[in-house]
Design a protein around this ligand. Structure first.
Ligand code: ADP
Ligand code: MG
Length: 239
């Protein structure tokens, strides 16, 4: 078996007066798509920030591809698409990608590849400020796919996208995973919960399940991800 892509041990994070994690342990398998699911405020973004190495931590360790999170060696190996689009509104789609390709050292040919992968061929020369919210999100997703990152962290990438586009993006995620990349994809809704290889369910800063789509349904005796999540929460509360 391959070494895990990410190992989080005893992670402690406080943000403001909130203790977000008080000793969180999480392992993320390499070469798979892991879905990080849980209600708003449960700590998904904080966990992603900790893995990228931009979150101040109060204890524990986060090891990414064998290195401490945030190490210089990881800079070109880890891609992160934040929840809020983080591209330049006063540049076109293509100009943004050209700029970020330079930053991560991606080849020129990558720009057209990623524009195609997020279906923005028709908007390539449009200013980002003139795009819809969903299109703007896709630009930052395209940025995360530049180069050949080994670990791709996407914070709620399909929120606000129509079903056809979501379908297309899942195909892209699958292709990236088949090419050997590890994907961590968060969502606060359970839809698409069954489209991944691994499922991490979080609630209030705690991991309440580390399973597979089939495992989730089998363990909870339901065919509906929402019902499964509620069952797990009830079990946790009763324990
Ligand atoms: N900048 C911040 N200052 C103080 N508390 C924060 C900050 N950002 C997030 N939090 C708190 O940390 C917890 C986890 O937030 P977050 O990781 O963003 O959750 P999620 O991504 O699952 O919605 C929440 O209770 C949130 O209110
Ligand atoms: Mg979040």
């Amino acid at each position: 078996m391959k070494a895990p892509a990410v190992e989080v041990c005893g992670l402690q994070v406080r943000r403001g007066r909130t203790t977000v994690f008080d000793g969180l342990d999480v392992t993320i398998a390499a070469g798979a798509i892991t879905r990080l699911l849980g209600p708003s405020g449960c700590g998904k973004t904080t966990l992603m920030r900790s893995i990228v190495g931009v979150q101040k931590t109060a204890g524990g360790t986060v090891t990414v591809l064998g290195e401490p999170a945030g190490s210089a060696q990881l800079r070109h190996l880890v891609a992160y698409d934040t929840q809020a689009a983080s591209v330049y509104p006063d540049l076109t789609v293509r100009q943004n990608l050209r700029y970020f390709a330079g930053v991560v050292g991606a080849p020129r040919g990558d720009i057209d590849r990623v524009i195609g992968q997020v279906s923005l061929q028709g908007q390539a020369d449009q200013l980002v400020s003139s795009l819809s919210g969903g299109q703007e999100n896709r630009v930052s997703l395209a940025v995360a796919m530049l180069g050949s990152p080994e670990l791709i962290i996407l914070d709620e990438p399909t929120v606000g996208l129509d079903p056809v586009l979501r379908e297309e993006l899942w195909k892209v995620f699958r292709t990236l995973a088949e090419g050997g990349a590890t994907l961590l994809v968060s969502s606060h809704v359970m839809d698409e919960a069954l489209r991944c290889d691994r499922l991490l369910l979080m609630r209030a800063g705690k991991l309440i399940a580390d399973t597979t789509p089939d495992g989730l349904l089998a363990e909870t005796g339901t065919s509906d991800p929402d019902a499964a999540f509620l069952t797990l929460i009830e079990r946790e509360a009763a324990a």
